[in-house]
Write a protein that binds this ligand. Structure first.
Ligand code: 5GP
Ligand code: MN
Length: 340
């Protein structure tokens, strides 16, 4: 049963006279798809009179705080006890936009041990299979698109209002890099079209997400591109390594380094772009590739990570210099993929 998309079995549970108590959670440092799909689903449950609460494993960037009802989200790191109480009391836990419980860090074990039934809605490769109900496919552009499918399956497209539509549209736009990634299908466009009809304002959503950076962040990007970008010509690879001091100097906050890794890939001939950031707890890595380079396999093999074929991430507890050296060594192993 587990490997089937059995989410339709949830319908009677969600439509019972006594509504289940629902928790929605998503991956740490939520991006616009993680938070947009969570709030899209939350706002839908509000309309269905299903009691729901979003618990985020961590904080997230200010550029997401315009989303309708964002202020109802609980940050687990800030309200640990309250979160644990809510999770133990829940009937259903929706896990959105991640495929393995370690992606929600400390929350993972709490969710695992909770008596509630778990629901996975996700589009990442190789889900580990902790759930009871599943709506999963790598064919969806984003988890937000899957939430639309879920609402459709519930027979509730008529309930989608501008609030729900805006959250879901934000997730689709960002996860497809504005309908650019190959995961963008005709269905993605159809879903987006319905969301626009329901009241999502695409120009406002773009502005809220992409024209909302701090001056510090913009100067930081400029600094990284002019001073920190390494082009490893032999491997058609771009690399940016950011130290803790540099993060401090530019007052870099959660979400500020998002998008930086994409600049490397916009250089002609570059097939692989990598960002290594010296965060306090770990060295966090972002991988983006073109064509046949398996970014997720590379991340999994060397940096305890994973993700999509062309967009992946990983981390290391080693010092930043060692991580950079290890990365360059690993690159040599993958040379065949990177030379045309
Ligand atoms: P980003 O570079 O934007 O942080 O992550 C890109 C993608 O890589 C994410 O959508 C996620 O699928 C994946 N990813 C990022 N970090 C990790 C990680 O530490 N472990 C795994 N398994 N996947 C990650
Ligand atoms: Mn996603």
């Amino acid at each position: 049963m587990k490997n089937l998309n059995n989410i339709a079995d949830l319908k009677p549970l969600l439509e019972a006279a006594v509504k289940p108590k629902v928790i929605i959670t998503t991956h740490h440092k939520p991006d616009a798809d993680a938070l947009g799909s969570s709030l899209g689903l939350y706002n839908y449950f509000l309309k269905k009179n299903i009691p729901a609460q979003i618990i985020s494993p961590t904080d997230y960037g200010d550029f997401l705080k315009w989303m309708p009802n964002e202020n109802s989200v609980i940050n687990f790191e800030e309200f640990e006890e309250k979160s644990i109480d809510l999770i133990s009391d829940a009937d259903l836990i929706f896990c959105l936009d991640f495929n393995a419980l370690k992606r929600i860090h400390k929350l993972g074990d709490i969710v695992k041990l909770a008596p509630a039934q778990k629901v996975l809605i996700d589009h990442h490769l190789e889900p580990e299979g902790f759930e009871d109900f599943r709506l999963w496919t790598t064919q969806a552009s984003s988890t937000a698109e899957l939430i639309f499918w879920f609402i459709e399956l519930m027979g509730d497209v008529a309930l989608i209002d501008a609030d729900i539509a805006s959250c879901l549209y934000a997730g689709i736009v960002t996860d497809t890099a504005s309908f650019k990634h190959p995961s963008t299908t005709a269905t993605t466009h159809r879903v987006a079209a319905v969301l626009l009809e329901k009241g999502a304002k695409s120009n406002k959503i773009y502005e809220a997400i992409y024209d909302n950076y701090s001056e510090n962040r913009t100067r930081f990007i400029g600094f990284c591109l002019s001073e920190k970008l390494q082009i490893l010509k032999e491997y058609n690879t771009a690399l940016i390594v950011v130290t803790e001091d540099e993060l401090k100097k530019f007052h870099i906050l959660t979400g500020d380094s998002e998008g930086l890794v994409n600049y490397g890939l916009s250089i002609s001939g570059i097939l692989f772009s990598v960002l290594i950031v010296d965060r306090k707890v770990a060295r966090k890595m972002s991988f983006r590739s073109k064509d046949k380079f398996p970014a997720n396999e590379f991340a999994r093999k060397y940096f305890n990570g994973g993700g999509h074929f062309n967009a992946a991430g990983g981390e290391s507890m080693e010092a930043i210099e060692l991580v950079e050296a290890k990365f360059k060594e690993a690159l040599n192993q993958y040379k065949n993929y990177l030379t045309t």
